[in-house]
Design a protein around this ligand. Structure first.
Ligand code: PMV
Length: 331
């Protein structure tokens, strides 16, 4: 039997009583994967083929306040009311459908992204996690972080990792209902770690990650080697985090991102998110490494780079990328 999102919500909320308050609000950080989630074993429930490991971006993320209303959903993003037909408002309403007590109940959603929208970085992960946590507060369900992670995943896969701060592991799980597929925080903190956001383009991408993942799984022969690559990189990253071995962390994250993009290049037709300027930025990073600077990059389903480095090298990295936006994930 194929389970629907609604079945999972029913399972998670079984026995929980709803006592709606006036408003529920929450903040969730954005997250960037160092070992990527690429490919689903279940498209409906956003269940991944492999585990993944991410770094949450501290105070950069989404704050969401939700209240009940009796006429049509109303969504505002950064102070602007969204047209109910916009793709984002529709995604939000589809997600809210999972939690509507009855067909006459609607929601007002006020979302503010502390991550600049113009920076071209997806805020769907932090948005869906914050929305899930805000609903939990609104209805007074008192869900634990495992359940919050499972529900956030139904909005967007990577959102399940935004329930936590710091380093986060998303356990792939094996069960058909996905009740064992959720994110857990990893203990180590690394205060000297920095992530810089290098914007190449903030234009909407031509193909979304959902479609791109599907096409990769269906048509890329080298995708078959992806689960083994992930297993190895997960081990390397965890060791690097435990030992504060920055070159190992950076090398592994960079290699993992390039391998993910290689599976996209091998898709038919190919999926190529890179722009010429993305490659110029990569070359700049490789040149900096040749001068002895430990700086690495990772990339998601888009042309922008996320640069990894240590606090002591901030000035050198800023000199090379004057417009870089630097994040301290642990402070
Ligand atoms: O959660 P989604 O459906 O937006 O997919 C995210 C996919 C990547 O950002 C490319 C990788 C990841 O692990 O975040």
């Amino acid at each position: 039997m194929n389970l629907t999102k609604k079945d999972v919500v029913r399972r998670v909320l079984e026995g929980k009583r709803s006592n709606p308050r006036k408003e529920g609000s929450a903040f969730a950080p954005s997250n960037i994967a160092l070992c990527k989630y690429w490919g689903k074993r279940n498209d409906e429930l956003n269940l991944p083929v492999t585990p993944s490991l991410s770094l949450s971006l501290g105070t950069l993320g989404s704050r969401v306040a939700i209240s009940l209303r009796d006429k049509a959903d109303l969504v505002t993003l950064n102070g602007k009311r969204l047209s109910p037909d916009s793709s984002f408002a529709r995604r939000v309403s589809d997600f809210l459908d999972l939690f509507r007590p009855d067909r006459k109940t609607f929601f007002k959603v006020v979302a503010v992204n502390t991550i600049p929208t113009a920076a071209g970085f997806a805020s769907s992960a932090s948005g869906f996690a914050a929305m899930t946590m805000a609903l939990n507060n609104l209805f007074g369900w008192r869900l634990n972080s495992r359940d919050l992670s499972i529900l956030s995943r139904l909005g967007s896969g990577s959102a399940c990792r935004s329930v936590h701060n710091g380093f986060v592991e998303w356990r792939a799980g094996k069960r058909a209902d996905g009740m064992d597929s959720f994110a857990v925080p990893l203990k180590p903190k690394w205060s000297g770690l920095r992530m810089g956001l290098v914007v190449i383009s903030d234009k909407a991408k031509s193909i979304g990650s959902r479609e791109a993942m599907k096409r990769t799984i269906k048509t890329s022969a080298i995708y078959r080697s992806w689960p083994a690559k992930v297993a190895k990189d997960m081990r390397l990253l965890k060791t690097a985090i435990r030992r504060r071995d920055f070159p190992r962390l950076g090398q592994t994250a960079e290699s993992n991102a390039l391998a993910m993009h290689a599976t996209m290049f091998d898709s038919k037709p190919p999926v190529i998110y890179w722009l010429p300027e993305s490659i110029l930025a990569m070359r700049k990073i490789w040149r900096l490494r040749q001068t002895g600077l430990h700086v690495y990059f990772t990339m998601d389903a888009g042309p922008n780079l996320k640069v990894l480095f240590l606090k002591k090298d901030t000035a050198a990295v800023k000199k090379a990328f004057p417009k870089i936006q630097v994040v301290s994930p642990f402070s």
